[in-house]
Design a protein around this ligand. Structure first.
Ligand SMILES: Cc1ncc(COP(=O)(O)O)c(C=O)c1O
Length: 452
């Protein structure tokens, strides 16, 4: 093998293209091979450094290779502790469980059960739906427009985006989608508080209407902040209405905290903003401190499962539990969470200044360090609320140019029109400034060429 050749991004990309499935997605946007990673930075095989504001799709809450998290794993590896234990217990698991459950609202903490899943968010979603169907004996499930709960057939059935769904026949039946408040593109054409009120009203009436056509559901599942859907935080009133109505009707409420949880929003769990207590919580991504881990936490009243009702070989990843405990202890500190809020506010304010200067940014949404910048077509006709159509092309151009300037950011939202920030939660002010410098210059550049 040519020594020089295997040092190039091109070499690895070509080999990846020839062997990996056509479903690969990130390499199409970020055509490089990573050889090193530290904090908010990654380095490719050619020695170029990139600022990583994607961080494993929000998994790396403390960035790459956090020294404390890594040391905890190194110590475990050196200790002869088991690394793989199915669902058998260990001191490492016990500490993880009690650390995590200790962060729940008191009402749930006293009644909480946890299920370790195969280590992906999609399996946690499936497990939660199975749990609620078993407990209630019901079949239908309510999900929301714009939702993302994973790519397995069960989770995909609950997901809004039609791209992946439309190619797969016979997904799980009896899933019904309800409007999720999205002020900028209000499903009711109202926007603001009126749009939220309409979504609340519709939800309540639909569930209480004996002629709605939907049988009483086994569960209502939602993200307190939609991530892949375009970074859309649910208004407090909406979350509170869902909690009140589901409680009144005896329907389990599942909150999917897989992306917005574990400090990302500036609270440990994003549902805490609404001061509600859900029946079921899904957690994955950051919960394993960079390692694969997924859990369902739920009220023990729902625990009608028989032994083995949800199994999976890789539920006992001890490295992930040790790394997760280390991360959770740090991220749940009030000072840490306050800093997440401060950094998010700083970024948002800078981005709002940028929005004033350009015609291609339609909306900016933020909750802690979960941020979305929605790009629009400045030459199109606005809708009746004044919003221009989203532009996936402009957002893709921005993403591409950011990558060329060594900033990694993902897109999401309808037609991929939203650029999203999922940086490390311990990102520094200097790194944020660097990101903003690149992002601002790219947006100005694209804006200059966009207006006809
Ligand atoms: C809110 C939410 N739920 C579920 C999932 C699925 O998780 P995984 O990709 O680990 O299956 C994701 C992944 O992005 C997510 O953001």
């Amino acid at each position: 093998m040519n020594q020089k050749e295997n040092c190039t991004n091109q070499y690895y990309i070509a080999r990846q293209n020839s062997t990996e499935s056509n479903a690969r997605s990130y390499p199409r946007k970020f055509p490089f091979a990573i050889s090193k990673a530290k904090g908010s930075w990654v380095e490719d095989v050619e020695g170029n450094k990139y600022l990583d504001f994607l961080c494993g799709a929000g998994t790396l809450a403390l960035g790459h290779n956090d020294p404390e998290v890594n040391q905890a794993m190194i110590d475990l590896l050196a200790s002869d502790a088991p690394l793989h234990t199915l669902d058998l217990t260990t001191p490492v698991k016990d500490e993880f469980v009690h650390t995590l459950l200790g962060l729940l609202p008191k009402e749930l903490q006293d009644n909480a059960k946890i299920q370790f899943c195969s280590p992906s968010g999609t399996d946690a979603t499936d497990a939660a739906i199975k749990l609620c169907k078993t407990a209630t004996g019901r079949s239908s499930v309510i999900a929301f427009h714009g939702a993302y709960h994973g790519m397995g057939q069960g989770a995909l059935s609950l997901t809004g985006n039609l791209n992946a769904k439309s190619k797969v026949q016979s997904l799980v039946p009896d899933v019904h989608f309800m409007p999720y408040p999205y002020s900028y593109r209000c499903p009711f054409g109202l926007g603001g508080d009126a749009g939220t009120d309409a979504a609340c009203e519709y939800f309540e009436r639909m569930l209480k209407d004996p002629e709605s056509g939907i049988t009483k559901p086994a569960a209502v599942i939602l993200e307190p902040i939609q991530g892949e859907g375009g970074v859309i935080p649910a208004p407090v009133k909406f979350l509170q209405t869902i909690r009140r109505v589901t409680k009144e009707l005896g329907i389990p409420m599942i909150v999917d905290e897989i992306q917005c949880g574990i400090g990302r929003s500036g609270k440990f769990f994003a549902f805490e903003y609404a001061d509600i207590v859900p029946d079921v919580i899904l957690a994955s991504k950051a919960i394993g401190g960079s390692q694969p881990l997924a859990v369902v936490i739920y009220n023990k009243e729902l625990d009608k499962w028989n032994p083995g009702a949800h199994a999976g070989t890789f539920r006992g990843n001890q490295l992930a539990m040790r790394a997760g405990t280390t991360l959770i202890k740090r991220v749940s500190q009030p000072e840490f969470l306050n800093e997440v809020v401060e950094k998010g506010t700083y970024m948002r304010d800078r981005l709002l200044e940028l929005k004033k200067k350009v015609s291609i940014i339609g909306d900016i949404r933020e909750k802690g360090l979960m941020m979305g910048i929605e790009f629009v077509d400045p030459n199109a006709t606005p809708d009746k609320l004044g919003a221009l159509p989203g532009s996936g092309e402009i957002a893709a151009d921005i993403q591409h140019r950011c990558f060329e300037k060594h900033l990694i950011m993902e897109r999401g939202g309808r037609n991929g029109a939203v650029m999203r920030c999922l940086c490390a939660l311990n990102v520094t002010r200097d790194e944020i400034n660097k990101m903003l410098e690149i992002f601002e210059s790219v947006v100005m550049e694209v804006d200059a060429g966009a207006k006809k």
